[in-house]
Design a protein around this ligand. Sequence first.
Ligand code: WQD
Length: 322
Amino acid sequence: MSVLVTGGAGYIGSHVVRLLQQRGEQVVVVDDLSNGRAARVGDATVVEVDLATDAAAPALADAFATHGVDAVVHFAARKQVGESVARPAHYWSQNVGGMANLLQAMETAGVGKLVFSSSAATYGAPQSAVVREDGPAEPINPYGQTKLVGEWMSRAAGVAWGLRAANLRYFNVAGAGWDDLGDSAVMNLIPIVFTALDAGEVPTVFGGDYPTPDGSCIRDYVHVLDLARAHLAALDHLGTEERPFDTFNVGSGAGSSVFEVLEVIRRVTGVDVAPDVRERRAGDPPQLVADVSRITSTLGWSTTKDLDDIVGSAWAAWKTNR
Ligand code: WQD
C-alpha cells in the first residue's frame, strides 16, 4: 500500500508514519513544517506545502501520481483551542480550507480512502460523562467546529463520489512511542507540568471543586502509539469493509483525574511538588471519557498501554529532547 500522510512530520503523524514504514508500506508526507520536523519521518519523501494554499492542488496531484497513492491519512491542521477562539477565521481557512483542497485533489486523482484526524472536541461540553459517537456533537469552540465540519465533508464526499472515510475522534493524547518522537509542543497537561517542574515552578490544577471524586477534571488519556495503531486498523478496515463512512472514538474508555495524573508524574519523575489549585479554566467539561465499544467491535482495537506507560514514555522523550 502507498499512503500519503498529511501532517506526517508532526507529533501524532510521525508515529503513524513510523508504524507504516515498519510494516513495509510506502509513505509520502505532506507537511508545511510549521510545527512538524522533517527529521521525524526517516526516509519518507516530504512534500512541503500548506494544504490551505493554491499550491496544494498541483503538489497533491503530483504526489498522488508519482507515488501511486492508495490512501490518505489527514492530520495537517491547526489544533490549539485557545488560538481558535482568538482567530476563528484562520482556523476555518486552515482546517476546512485545507480539507476541501485535499478532498478535491483526491477526487480528481481517484484516491478513494481517507482516515481523518478528528477530535473529542467535537462533543463540546456533553451532558453525559461517557460519550458515544451517535450522541450529540455540539463543539464549543472553532477548533472543534472545524473538526466536525471535516467529518461532514468526508461523509459528503462519500455520497458524491464514493470516498470511504474513517473519522477518528482523539481523546487526550500523550506519551511517546520513541524518544525522538515526543510531543515538543507545550499545550497539554503532561508537557505543561514537565515544563513547570523543569523550571522549579509549581504546577497548576484548574479547578478543585468539580463534581468528581477528588474535585479535579477527569479525562481519557490515550498513548500516542495506541492511537497510531488505530490509524492502521482504520486503513485496513477501509480496505475490506462495506460500510463507507464511520466515526470512532479513540480513547481508553477509562478516566483519570488531574490529581491522578499529577500523582503518576510525581512517581515517574521523582519530583514531589504540591500543585497550586486555582480557578476553573473556562470551557472545561468536568468529565470527558470515550465509550470505546464501536472501535473495539468494528476495528478490533483497544489500548495496550496505561497512564504509567503514557507518563513514563513522555518523560523519557522529554528528558532526551530538552
Ligand atoms: C487536561 C486537563 C485541564 C493544564 C484539549 C483539547 C481537546 C484535545 C485534547 C485536540 C483539563 C487540566 C491542564 C494545567 C490543569 N485536543 N489542566 N493544569 O482541555 O482536556 O483537551 O486537548 O484535539 O480538544 O481541548 O486537555 O491537556 O489542556 O487539559 O489542571 O496546567 O488538565 O483543566 O482538565 P483538554 P489539556
